[in-house]
Design a binder for this molecule. Structure first.
Ligand code: FAD
Ligand code: EPU
Length: 336
């Protein structure tokens, strides 16, 4: 196990926060986890660092997931079951799948980060969530000091939520994820946003997962900032879920409000629309700013500190609450 001391986390987080960690252990072999006593120390598992905001130096041990490997576990004419190690890059897994015509994760192209982090917030985009294809999650449990596997139905998956953000938070290191993809008769999800419109523009006769991934990548590149160019962690806030009653009250006052019915008499509100309505697109606060093309994304415009980003987030939360009576919650994991 490689151990680094007093290490800069700048290359390890997409918000590009220039903070340090007391120690960073690079985990390349899962048996190294058996040697770690996290009960007596602060520790944080880190994948690609694309959904974290460090607000200060980290006074503990970073466990950087570098477990690599992809394996075909089972295959039939219809389906394929893959075991992916947690440190694999998610987008590369998507590209591998679409090149092989394995269907199910094409809408999740270009989401940064690792396989191991994907179940944590049940990553989702363009009408698909990882829960739709996930078979199992294997992890090392720091309390029991053993490797355990849980099935999809025990992961408590919901919108940007899972058991790993609840009772298993900070207790496990996800080592493997099982994905079941379809080789035939896949029901593509093309109704979100302008996927179908983009496919029509390209005059596509036969739909293949690779074409959908390309369309999704194109749409994302027009809206979302590239973390290699400007520091960010994707959507900073979750889209809030409200009751039907609250939705209709808001709709009456703000007829153009963007919302989706999600069943159970609930609606999901587009937080980006609300933030833009409040006039925040392009708004700058110290080194932090609201992205000009997607108001749900906060960016590190110029040497922002975690404190600058949090101050901006709080200014937005207060204003949106004042205008709409809705409290936005961060999606990004705040580490401080
Ligand atoms: P990290 O940021 O390293 O970690 C995130 C959290 O998970 C932390 O709390 C960490 O402690 C924990 N964690 C990480 N790995 C493990 C592990 N192996 N075991 C236990 N705990 C772990 N998300 C979406 O859902 N949909 C999107 O469309 C999307 N678009 C994005 C676009 C951009 C430009 C960016 C920068 C981010 C986007 N995100 C999106 C957020 C992010 O890509 C996902 O949350 C991703 O799964 C984070 O992976 P990571 O490896 O970088 O996790
Ligand atoms: N909108 C605005 N102004 C904005 C941003 C959005 O009016 O500045 C409107 C759009 O016009 C659209 C609606 O809000 O009508 C939704 O926008 P978009 O399709 O861009 O999606 P989003 O709700 O802003 C969510 C996810 C993204 C995911 C996309 C695509 C959350 C918190 N965010 O964003 O995930 O890629 O849908 O499925 O659910 C992430 O989690 O980091 C992330 C990027």
């Amino acid at each position: 196990m490689k151990i680094l001391h007093n290490v800069s986390l700048l290359p390890f987080n997409t918000f590009k926060m220039n903070v340090k960690a007391k120690e960073c252990r690079i985990i390349e072999d899962e048996n190294e986890l058996l040697k770690i006593d996290t009960l007596s120390q602060n520790s944080l598992v880190l994948g690609g660092g694309s959904n974290v905001l460090f607000t200060k130096d980290y006074d503990g041990i970073i466990l950087k997931n570098e477990l690599k490997g992809r394996e075909i576990i089972d295959e039939s004419e219809e389906e394929i079951l893959l075991n992916i190690k947690g440190g694999e890059n998610w987008h590369s897994v998507v590209m591998w799948a679409v090149e092989n015509n394995w269907n199910g994760i094409e809408n999740l192209a270009l989401i940064p980060g690792t396989m191991g982090a994907a179940p944590i917030q049940n990553i989702g985009a363009y009408g698909v969530e990882i829960k739709d294809v996930l078979e199992y999650v294997r992890f090392y449990h720091f309390d029991t000091k053993s490797f355990e596997t849980i099935k999809n139905q025990d992961c408590q998956f919901a919108y940007r939520d899972s058991i790993f953000k609840r009772s298993l938070k900070n207790k496990v290191f996800i080592t493997d994820v099982g994905l079941r993809l379809r080789k035939k008769n896949h029901q593509y999800k093309l109704d979100y946003g302008n996927i179908r419109e983009e496919l029509d523009k390209r005059n596509i006769q036969t739909i293949r997962p690779k074409l959908i991934a390309e369309v999704v990548m194109h749409i994302r590149q027009t809206k979302l900032p590239d973390p290699n160019v400007v520091g960010n962690a994707g959507s900073f806030f979750k889209n809030p879920e409200v009751s039907e009653e609250v939705y209709w009250r808001l709709k009456e006052k703000f007829p153009n409000i963007v919302a989706y019915s999600i069943g159970n008499n609930k609606y999901k509100l587009a937080a980006g629309w609300m933030i833009e309505y409040c006039g925040f697109k392009g708004y700058v606060h110290k080194g932090a700013a609201v992205h000009t093309r997607q108001a749900l994304v906060l960016i590190n415009q110029k040497n922002a500190t975690g404190k600058d980003i949090l101050e901006l987030a709080n200014i937005i939360i207060d204003k949106v609450n004042q205008v709409f009576g809705v409290i936005l919650e961060p999606e990004v994991n705040i580490i401080g």
